[in-house]
Design a protein around this ligand. Structure first.
Ligand code: CA2
Length: 140
């Protein structure tokens, strides 16, 4: 199984700002933990973080036929992007949506995610462990 792990806008700042909400780990720390967990489960991985929505859409298009699943933290695009939802609908594999924070206990505008309509599973509020849970779910 090959899994593409996608992280959306501003997640490159993890560990550098707002540690009370998003924790002290950097995105590199989290990606390393995912890489190790996936290796243990015999799962191949590739990673992208981007602050550019078109770059994210192109990567999802390219994933068609190459990856069995996508684990995505769409960050703010969760709450705004029908384009991201449409791109994920064109991907034939499984999709797991991950949020570090529990978006349902935060501001009302974070309660709805367009991506959730396409996701097999949605994880929120587990911090970086959510990504590892997503790998375990896909490898089960
Ligand atoms: O909880 C999550 O994982 C979110 O997807 C994170 C997004 C937010 O817009 C979603 O509502 C929930 C924000 C990512 C920004 O990450 C930062 C990290 C450090 C400093 C500033 C922003």
């Amino acid at each position: 199984m090959n899994v593409l792990i996608l992280n959306g806008p501003n997640l490159n700042l993890l560990g550098k700002r707002e540690p009370d909400i998003y924790g002290h780990e950097t995105l590199a720390d989290i990606e390393n933990a995912i890489r190790h967990r996936a290796f243990d489960k015999g799962v191949g991985t590739d990673f992208l973080q981007t602050n550019h929505e078109g770059v994210m859409l192109d990567r999802i298009h390219e994933a068609r036929g190459r990856f069995d699943a996508i684990v995505i933290n769409p960050a703010a695009w969760s709450h705004t992007s029908v384009a991201l939802l449409d791109a994920l609908k064109a991907f034939e594999g499984q999709v797991v949506e991950v949020h570090l924070s529990n978006i349902h206990t935060r501001e009302a505008f974070r309660h709805h995610s367009y991506v959730s309509a396409r996701a097999e599973a949605v994880i929120a509020g587990m911090g970086s462990f959510g990504y590892l849970a997503a790998i375990d779910f896909l490898a089960r």
